[in-house]
Design a protein around this ligand. Structure first.
Ligand SMILES: [Mn+2]
Length: 269
């Protein structure tokens, strides 16, 4: 679609996007394409759930604009952008290819990004915290031993489910379904990630998974969630001073469209 309103190109040191869900009909590929075409960066992180293999298994869906997203990313990787793909749960198949390079895109299941001012951020999709959040009520009482155990338990659960071809338990779907408790689940998720960042001795954590964009400080840890390209259409960027910021591309485009519309209305009125 013709989002030609912004003539400007934005330059950032790094861009972080997650939960694109290519192959799923809800993916907002047009908005993502306009974002990718307006952005230049040295590092592009794909923070999981980029290709929705679960959805493709249910229904084969792959329109042209999903191809265009892949081509645009490969084009950046071919030129001056270092592209790192950290797989999530909807594309967990890729986790078995850790450290492999496909068309200039490196697969890394766990990655630490160092900003221009020397801060360290752990980059992870965040699905491994599903079981932690599920049992967060009594986790708070029993403490961190159980937390560690649940983290390893999560991968076991995934293996067993894959073996028996069972459906996955998805935290993001669960949060959407249990609207009343959504706030408390989001809170538990954020705390679990901040705790992991502390344990890994980093300044912050960059994640996705729950489709809830945010940049905030939790327990002295910078918690940064990319959001998604199904609903929020947001990205995280690292500026040239090293600060991590949230860009609400959907809102930005809408504002520009509105300005243009106001202009047109003004002329015709
Ligand atoms: Mn996910």
């Amino acid at each position: 679609m013709g989002h030609t309103i912004l003539n400007k190109k934005f330059k950032f040191r790094s861009v972080f996007i997650s939960d694109i869900h290519l192959g799923f009909h809800g993916c907002n590929a047009d908005l993502l394409l306009s974002f990718l075409r307006h952005v230049e960066c040295e590092y592009l992180y794909l923070v999981g759930d980029i290709i929705d293999i679960w959805s493709l298994k249910r229904k084969r869906y792959w329109p042209q604009n999903h191809n265009n997203v892949v081509r645009t990313i490969l084009g950046k990787a071919k030129h001056d952008t270092k592209v790192i793909y950290v797989p999530g749960n909807h594309d967990e198949l890729l986790k078995t290819y850790n450290d492999m390079v496909f068309g200039n895109i490196t697969i890394n299941t766990k990655h630490i990004h160092t900003t221009v001012n020397g801060k360290k951020y752990l980059i992870t999709h965040g699905d491994e915290f599903d079981q932690v959040v599920k049992y967060s009520k009594w986790l708070a009482k029993v403490g961190s031993k159980l937390y560690d155990w649940l983290l390893s338990f999560n991968s076991l659960v995934t293996k067993v489910r894959n073996f028996f071809k069972l459906n996955h338990w998805s935290l993001s779907a669960f949060i959407k379904y249990r609207v009343k408790n959504a706030v408390s689940y989001i809170g538990s998720y954020e705390e679990a990630l901040a705790y992991t960042a502390q344990k890994n001795d980093v300044d912050g954590i960059i994640c996705g998974h729950i489709h809830h964009p945010e940049v905030s400080i939790i327990k002295n840890i910078e918690y940064c969630n990319c959001g998604d390209w199904v609903e929020s259409c947001t990205a995280l960027i690292e500026d040239f001073d090293g600060s991590i910021k949230l860009i609400e591309w959907g809102d930005l485009i809408e504002m520009q469209d509105q300005k243009k519309q106001d202009y047109v209305d003004g002329r015709t009125a």
